[in-house]
Design a protein around this ligand. Structure first.
Ligand code: COA
Length: 416
């Protein structure tokens, strides 16, 4: 891609993590190079922005009450079928779930899913659809394409304008060919595409990656697509987690400011962090066939130590947002937090620590109640549905956190 050399004299240049902290910094010429980085003085800065976002929401939704009714029917059946072993103490009696517990513990009231009836069937409790031939688009690619088309339409963009597609999500349809290339082909995009998986933080890591491609001049317009069919990795028979996830797809269009529509979001700064943890795991993988005796074990689906995650991630993420806001000179200026949507209590605590007071719905909007946890898509849905009303100049942060641990922040400022 040949990019026109153009200086961006306007203020508020996007700051990558490789740029130094300086709230008063307005342009690459004022930027001393951090050790070990390229000589940016010699380069013309290309500014990446968010041009538009897109969303695909499956029409079907499961309420807590429907979910619990199905789960409890399964529990009753299991306990009846294993009555003798339970009486003998060789099998544990299963405990029923409760809609009140789910809403109180998580804030989730319902979740959208692609395949409702089989999930609610106590004899199945998993999504089901006919396997598609290789000539047909895969299910994940299909919902990714729907979200991508939404973002392209909002930006008034043609496929011909896009240079790259990143499929940034927790689970891919298959190891290869890449989902991103399938989405690229379905949209008729030239250039390059690849998959990246950073669990719940895939989308924010994808936005920074896209922004870096734009800054480096490797692409002018990059689609970051996050199709999340979380119903496929959720153990619907596990009382501790059966209520957590939902299905959705989001897309974020990251572009050089010169080609962006007048109404866009400046990427003021991004920061990524990973810290190894065993508290959220999914051990499903291609080497499972090397140990067939454990291939169907519970850890081949999503498992977590929810309490530990809650306790460890809240301080980590609150400190990360606060430090980065400080570095960018945005302390006290954040109008809205679009937080990862996993647990309402976590979000309340993080927002309180960042803002210094209890956040209202306007400051920290929730989509968790109707979408459940949608992994990497959660903070993007919140941003997509709750950003129109902000005024030009308003700033906010898109923030994800989850397995890895991984956490990502994207600070944005509304333009026009
Ligand atoms: N219905 C009724 N009771 C249930 C239940 C259910 N579905 N699931 C668990 N319980 C019970 C437990 O058995 C436990 O009972 P006990 O006190 O008698 O032992 C009690 O409720 C509390 O269980 P616990 O698992 O400690 O609940 P919690 O308050 O930690 O809430 C989560 C569970 C998962 C909602 C919460 O820990 C969470 O969301 N953590 C953050 C997870 C996260 O962000 N993960 C990232 C994923 S990407």
């Amino acid at each position: 891609v040949n990019l026109p050399a153009q200086a961006y004299a306007s203020s508020n240049l996007a700051l990558s993590t490789t740029l130094p902290s300086s709230p008063g910094f307005h342009g690459s010429k004022a930027c001393p190079n951090p050790p070990g980085t390229l000589n940016r003085h010699a380069m013309t800065e290309i500014v990446p922005v968010i041009s538009a976002t897109g969303l695909y929401t499956p029409p079907d939704s499961i309420s807590n009450e429907e979910l619990v009714e199905s789960f409890n029917a399964y529990v009753a059946r299991f306990n009846a079928d294993h009555a003798a072993e339970i009486a003998a103490g060789t099998v544990n009696e299963l405990q029923p779930s409760s809609a009140e517990f789910i809403e109180k513990a998580s804030g989730i009231k319902a979740r959208h899913v692609i395949s409702k009836a089989p999930i609610l069937d106590p004899a199945i409790m998993a999504p089901r659809w006919a396997e598609r031939p290789n000539e047909e688009i895969s299910v994940l690619a299909e919902i990714g394409v729907a979200a991508a088309r939404d973002a392209l339409a909002r930006a008034g963009r043609d496929a011909a304008d896009i240079d790259a597609v990143l499929c940034a999500a927790s689970n891919m349809q298959r190891p290869y060919p890449a989902m991103a290339i399938e989405i690229q082909a379905a949209l008729g995009i030239e250039g390059f595409a690849f998959d990246m998986n950073v669990a719940c933080s895939s989308a924010t890591f994808g936005i920074q990656t896209a922004a870096d491609y734009v800054r480096a001049g490797h692409a002018r317009s990059v689609l970051v697509v996050s199709p999340e069919i979380c119903s496929g990795h959720l153990n619907w028979r596990d009382r501790d987690s059966h209520f957590i996830f939902g299905d959705v797809a989001t897309a974020v269009l990251v572009e050089a400011v010169e080609m962006a529509p007048p109404r866009h979001w400046e990427i003021v700064g991004t920061r990524l962090k990973t810290v190894f943890s065993n508290n959220i795991r999914n051990n499903f993988g291609f080497l499972n066939r090397a140990t067939p005796e454990t291939a169907g074990a519970a850890d081949k689906l999503f498992v977590q130590e929810g309490r530990k995650v809650f306790k460890e991630v809240v301080p980590m993420v609150a400190a990360m947002i606060a430090e980065e806001a400080d570095r960018l000179g945005l302390q006290g200026a954040l109008r809205r937090l679009w937080l990862h949507q996993a647990n309402q209590g976590m979000n309340r605590l993080i927002a309180q620590r960042v803002l210094g007071h209890e956040a209202n719905d306007d400051e920290s909007p929730t989509v968790l109640d109707t979408y459940g946890n949608t992994s990497s898509a959660g903070s993007i849905i919140a941003f997509h549905l709750h950003s129109e009303d902000l005024a030009p100049g308003d700033t906010g942060v898109i923030c994800s956190f989850g397995a890895g641990y991984s956490a990502g922040t994207v600070f944005v400022r509304k333009v026009a």
